[in-house]
Every structure is written in C-alpha cells, then in structure tokens.
Design a protein around this ligand. Structure first.
Ligand SMILES: [Fe+2]
Ligand SMILES: [Fe+2]
Length: 288
C-alpha cells in the first residue's frame, strides 16, 4: 500500500440494547482491536448506537473507544441516529396521554441532541467544554493530504402524522445554508471531502405500494437539497447508515456508502482508502 494512503473505517447502526448486551460489546472490542492492528487512521460511526435511545449505550460506546485509544478528535467521528434520540414507545405514550404542543416536543428533542453532542464532545469539537452543534466540519491533516468531514444531523423529531416511526430524516435549512456559505466551501477546497449524516440518500424499495409506504417512513425528506450542498462542497463520498444494508451507490458523481448494520453483522465494516483528492477505493470487508 502507498505510504501516503489514508485509511478510514466505517461502521453503523450498532443498536445496542443496554448494559446486558455483552455479546455485542465484545464484538465491538474485537472490531476496534482490528482497526488499531490494521493501522486505520480514522473511524466513523454513523449513528444508531442505541436501539432504545438509552444513554447507557452511549456510555458503552464511549468506554470502548476510550479503552482502545480512539476517543480523540483526530481518531473518531460519531453521530446520532434516530434511535439515539427518539424512543418511539415513549413518544406515543406521551402524545396520547398529554397531547403536548409541538414546540415542547421539539425542545425535548433538541435537548437530547445537545446531550449527545456534549457527551461525545471530544469527537465533535475537540474540546472538553463549549457548546457543540451541527453542522460542523472536521479537517484532518495527514502528511500526504487533508481530509474534511462535513457532518450534518439528519434526525428530526417524531410527529404522529409527518414522522410516525421517527425514522424519516430531514436536514435543517440552517445546516444546509451553513455548509453552502462561500467561506465554508472555500475552506474545504483542497481537501478530500467526506459528507456524513445518519439517513440514506436512497432507500431501496420496489414499485410495489407496500414498499413505497415503507420507503416513506425511512426516507430523507430533503435529499435533493442535501445532494446539491454535497455537490457544492465538491464531496468525494458521503457516508451514512440507517437503512441496514452494506452497500455503495453513485448519485450525480458522488459515491454514497451505507455502513450497514453492526447488529446484524458484527464482523463487517467498510474500508475507505484515500490517496488524493478524488482518488479512493472502498470495500466492505469481514473479520475472519
Ligand atoms: Fe438503524
Ligand atoms: Fe436509523
């Protein structure tokens, strides 16, 4: 391998089930060991660390990253998925019992996102203190090239009519605008640019009505606007999770990589090898 190659590991959708989930945590240990032994430069986890929005699962992931020396700004990037921020059962119960105003729900959602960001602040802002929020750009300098990870939150609050499973995605206009600012675009001009969010650009249904209904509950509502911003930033790849398939596909010249689901296959991961702006190879690999 060319010594100037930057290696990025990507896993997604761990869907841990609270503290008793020993088996999955052991699997995570094995995977993180492998990333260290194989000399990966950076790890991306694209959301749904938890299955039931249980903070204990965030704690478990952080502990594992710390144990393996990966809980550092330059070593890992972690984002939230819908299952980290939305407990569907609670949402429905609360809605039925109290019928709260939507602004209250939005506030509670924003609080949970802020909590996640603060808990993983070392990976989000590189500082222990200070407020963290989306979007942000992480620029990683390597001897041979710079890599910019443009991170957006695509999870938005549960709503009985518009987001009944809490699984639809939306990237706020504010985030898209921030990423479109001329200064932002200029700041990543010479970098290999990686876009990152939880939701998929593409969900793979068929034309059958049942699939279309399923797609609707999972889709990123404003994916075309998101794609435009990724084009503007000259993104080379976009990493995501959410739709539990290990798969890559191309849209308008950009390669989208779906990190699949660690819960379904805890041996599989995506390896991205970057040799320069626009030059990379990607593979899904399995541990022996
Ligand atoms: Fe998921
Ligand atoms: Fe998800």
């Amino acid at each position: 391998m060319n010594p100037g190659t930057v290696k990025i590991a990507h896993i997604s959708d761990l869907h841990l089930l609270g503290k008793p989930d020993r088996r999955q945590l052991n699997n995570l240990d094995r995977m993180l060991d492998h990333f260290n032994n194989d000399g990966f430069d950076h790890l991306v986890i694209s959301g749904d660390l938890s299955s039931n929005a249980d903070k204990q699962d965030w704690v478990s992931v952080r502990e594992k990253l710390e144990k393996h020396g990966l809980f550092h700004w330059e070593k890992s990037t972690v984002i939230a998925g819908n299952h980290d921020l939305i407990n569907l059962e609670e949402e429905m119960r609360f809605y039925n019992a109290l019928n709260p105003f939507s602004w209250m729900k939005e506030q509670a959602f924003n609080r949970k996102l802020a909590e996640f960001s603060i808990y993983f602040q070392e990976l989000v802002t590189g500082r222990e203190k200070g407020s963290a929020s989306f979007p942000y750009i992480k620029i990683l300098q390597y001897p041979s090239l710079s890599v910019a990870i443009a991170v957006l939150n695509s999870v938005y609050p549960w709503h009985p009519a518009d987001n009944p499973l809490g699984a639809r995605g939306l990237i706020s206009i504010g985030q898209l605008r921030a990423m479109s600012l001329p200064d932002t675009v200029r700041s990543v001009k010479d970098c290999f640019v990686i876009g990152l969010c939880h939701h998929a650009y593409k969900v793979y249904g068929t034309d059958a009505l049942i699939d279309q209904a399923f797609d609707w509950t999972m889709e990123m509502k404003n994916r075309e606007e998101f794609l435009k911003v990724m084009k503007l930033m000259n993104a080379d790849v976009v990493l995501h999770g959410h739709f539990h398939r290990f798969q890559s596909y191309k849209v308008n010249g950009i390669t989208f990589i779906n990190g699949g689901c660690f819960r379904y296959d805890a041996k599989r991961y995506s390896r991205l090898e970057i040799t320069g702006k626009g030059n990379f190879t990607q593979q899904f690999l399995s541990l022996a």
